[in-house]
Ligand binder design. Structure first.
Ligand SMILES: [Zn+2]
Ligand SMILES: [Zn+2]
Length: 147
């Protein structure tokens, strides 16, 4: 994971100098946390994790930093509804499966869909830039506890 962060960090450093953005300590720490998170954290979750190392950071800064990262293509928002927004430090093509009980989100790869052909209704109507599937269900942990 540290390696993943290092790659992202170098990318961020490059983008910041290109775009004239300051590579602040706070931005670096938000990126470190997001790059190492596997659970698609919300801004609030990231905030509470980063705050341990950077007590001066505010929730607002975390939101704005995430917005900047998304503009730069370093982060993505997971398109789940009924949520304040969950963030992904992995912007490579993948899909998500969401537990409707506890809100856990997991990644999965589905090449048949990612590389497959879409119906003409879609391709006639727009130029497709990416395809992302959200699968909803009840995870094993949640199912186990109520049955
Ligand atoms: Zn669950
Ligand atoms: Zn993901």
């Amino acid at each position: 994971m540290e390696q993943h962060f290092q790659k992202k960090f170098n990318h961020l450093k490059e983008l910041c100098s290109q775009k004239g953005l300051r590579l602040t300590h706070q931005r670096t720490e938000v990126l470190r946390e997001l790059a190492s998170a596997k659970d698609h954290p919300s801004a609030e979750t990231l905030y509470s994790r980063v705050k341990g190392r950077v007590p001066a950071i505010s929730l607002d800064t975390v939101y704005r930093t995430l917005g900047t990262f998304m503009d730069l293509g370093l982060a993505a928002k997971v398109p789940v509804d009924g949520d304040l927004g969950r963030f992904d430090g992995d912007v490579s093509p993948h899909h998500h499966v969401v537990c409707v009980c506890c809100g856990a989100i997991r990644d999965f790869i589905w090449d048949e869909v990612s590389c497959g052909e879409l119906p003409a209704e879609v391709t006639d109507w727009c130029h497709v830039t990416d395809t992302q599937v959200i699968v909803r269900g009840i995870c094993r942990d949640c199912k186990g506890s109520d049955s």
